[in-house]
Design a protein around this ligand. Structure first.
Ligand code: AMP
Length: 284
């Protein structure tokens, strides 16, 4: 039996614990999440444990990163189970604030990152990255970790966070963790719980189609044709709507020319099956 894992709900308690660890000379790692944890989140906790003696995990379903017609109310919440999984994984503290602790009466400040937030999910989900940037800035300042770990599953988000940490001189090392996947390649996601038995095999095609596309790009085929074929393949596989399939520069997500790729790139996609929106990406 792992030792019981403390759950705190206030910034003051979080800061007191982190300060005590600091005084003892311990490095602190941090993994922000929205809960409904799966193996992808737990792999980030293990990565954090390799880089710090103490690991804090936050669980907060951040309302400001959901659009008005998105799934904030339906988003799965399973705190008791999450805490159990985190105890088994070896985390040391859970920070699970309520909305009033994060956004008290009169809250008026947002962090908005230009450039890297604009294409892809930034275009498909207006305001999403301002919500993400604001809450992640708050969480990093609340916790004050030495290192914070984020998943490559949300690749654009990872680049947004790297940018804001650099721009605002937040003293933390940002580490990206590889995407944890199901057997058929589907990226693990709390939202996979929405998929019906009929939709689940279709969902796996997102990764298969991106793998095919990445292979073609590596063998020198032109970006424009590979993107267009992937969109077609997703539609034929049964995706209701494709928000984007785009090949972009790996670092700043700048647009590439239509021809063969010449530098490290990333292929990123977002597509809907039924009421579920899935994202995935691969290095090229
Ligand atoms: P979320 O709870 O979805 O906000 O995700 C919390 C953190 O876990 C983010 O840094 C995500 O990128 C990361 N994450 C989510 N799914 C995966 C996955 N399948 N593999 C690795 N990291 C993930």
């Amino acid at each position: 039996m792992p030792p019981p894992l403390p759950v705190v709900r206030t910034v003051a308690e979080l800061r007191a614990q982190v300060a005590a660890w600091r005084r003892a000379g311990e490095r602190v790692g941090f993994v922000p999440t929205m809960g409904a944890l799966h193996e992808g989140h737990l792999s980030l906790v293990r990565l954090a444990l390799e880089r710090a003696q103490r690991v804090v995990v936050s669980i907060f379903v951040n309302p400001t990163q959901f659009g008005p017609n998105e799934d904030f109310d339906a988003y799965p919440r399973a705190e008791a189970r999450d805490v159990e999984l985190l105890a088994q994984a070896g985390a040391h503290l859970v920070f699970a604030p309520g909305a009033a602790e994060m956004y008290p009466e009169g809250f008026s400040t947002t962090v908005s990152v230009a450039g890297v937030t604009e294409p892809l999910d930034g275009a498909a989900r207006p305001g999403h990255f301002t919500g993400v940037a604001t809450v992640v800035t708050k969480l990093l300042l609340q916790c004050g970790p030495d290192v914070a770990v984020f998943g490559e599953k949300d690749y654009q988000q990872l680049q947004v966070i790297r940018r804001l940490v650099r721009d605002l001189d937040i003293p933390v090392e940002i580490v990206g963790g590889p995407t944890a996947r199901a057997q058929d390649g589907l990226a693990l996601s709390s939202r996979n719980a929405y998929l019906s038995a009929q939709e689940r095999p279709v969902a796996g095609q997102l990764n298969a189609i991106l793998r095919t596309a990445a292979g073609r790009l590596r063998s020198g085929e032109p970006v424009a044709a590979v993107e267009a074929d992937a969109v077609r393949a997703l539609t034929e596989a049964g995706f209701r709507k494709v928000d984007y399939v785009e090949v972009r520069a790996a670092g700043d997500l700048a647009r590439l020319g239509p021809g063969p790729i010449e530098a490290p790139a990333r292929i990123l996609a977002a597509a809907h099956i039924g009421r579920t929106r899935l994202i995935d990406n691969l290095a090229v």
